[in-house]
Design a protein around this ligand. Structure first.
Ligand SMILES: [Zn+2]
Length: 233
C-alpha cells in the first residue's frame, strides 16, 4: 500500500515553499533590471530621436534651485540695444519678423540681463514685497533665465504690461501658437507653476531649438520636465 507519512508531507511542503521564494525573487530581480534598462534606453532614444544632447548650450537651466553663476554667452544685438545669445539670435529675429509680417505690434521688452542688472531688479522687488514673494516675481541673481541670453520677454507695443492679461492680445496668441516653429517655448506656463516656481508669464519665451520646442509643446511639458526626460543616465 502507498503510504505517505507526516514527515514526507512536511518535507514536500518545505521544498515547495523554497522553490516559490526562489522563483518570485528571481522574477522580481528580472523585472527591476528590465525596467531600469528600458528607461535608460527610452531616455537615450528620445534624445537621439530629437537629435539633442542635454549638454547642448540651449538646455542650460537657470532656476531657483540651479544658479548659473557668472555664465555669460557671446551676445549680439537684436534691436534697440536688446541682446541675445549669438547662436540663437537669428531664430529670435525670424520669430519677431514673422509676427510683424502678420501685422502684429511686437515689442521686444527684455532679453539678456547680466547678473548685475538682475541683482538691481531683484533687490527692488525685495524692498517692495519681501524676500519670499520677491523670489516668485524676479529670480535672484544667477538663477534668472535672462542671464542665459536665451530668454526674451515679448509684449505688445500697445500692451506692454507684464500681467497675465497679455494672453488676451492677438500678439500673444500668435506668438504662443507659433513659437515652437522658431525653436521657442513659453517658459512659465500656467499649469506648471509648482515645478518652475515662477508665476505664469505669457510674455517670457525661451529658446531651446526647434526639435525640443515642438516636443515640449506637443507633450505639454515645461523645461524642467523635458530635461528630466533627456538627461543622461
Ligand atoms: Zn522674462
Amino acid at each position: 500500500m502507498f503510504k505517505i507519512n507526516k514527515k514526507q508531507i512536511e518535507h514536500a511542503l518545505l521544498l515547495f515553499l523554497i522553490a516559490n521564494v526562489v522563483f518570485m525573487s528571481s522574477c522580481y530581480g528580472k523585472t527591476t533590471k528590465t525596467d531600469e534598462s528600458e528607461s535608460v534606453s527610452e531616455t537615450k532614444k528620445l534624445a537621439d530621436e530629437l537629435g539633442v544632447n542635454i549638454n547642448d548650450y540651449q538646455f542650460i537651466l537657470a532656476n531657483i534651485d540651479n544658479s548659473i553663476g557668472d555664465y555669460t554667452p557671446e551676445l549680439v544685438e537684436i534691436e534697440n540695444g536688446r541682446k541675445f545669445d549669438k547662436r540663437a539670435a537669428s531664430a529670435l529675429k525670424s520669430f519677431i519678423a514673422e509676427a510683424r509680417a502678420q501685422g502684429l505690434n511686437v515689442f521686444l521688452s527684455s532679453t539678456y540681463r547680466g547678473k548685475y542688472s538682475q541683482k538691481m531688479l531683484y533687490d527692488r522687488k525685495v524692498e517692495q514685497y519681501g524676500e519670499e514673494e520677491a523670489k516668485t516675481i524676479v529670480l535672484p541673481p544667477g538663477t534668472s533665465e535672462h542671464q542665459t541670453g536665451l530668454a526674451a520677454d515679448i509684449t505688445d507695443v500697445y500692451y506692454d504690461f507684464k500681467t497675465k492679461d497679455l494672453e488676451n492680445t492677438e500678439t500673444f496668441k500668435w506668438l504662443n501658437e507659433h513659437c515652437q516653429d522658431y525653436g521657442f517655448i513659453l517658459r512659465y506656463p500656467k499649469d506648471k507653476e509648482d515645478i518652475t516656481k515662477v508665476i505664469y508669464e505669457p510674455w517670457h519665451f525661451r529658446y531651446v531649438g526647434i526639435a525640443a520646442a515642438k516636443y515640449i509643446k506637443e507633450h505639454n511639458l515645461c523645461l524642467e520636465e523635458f530635461l528630466e526626460l533627456i538627461k543622461e543616465p
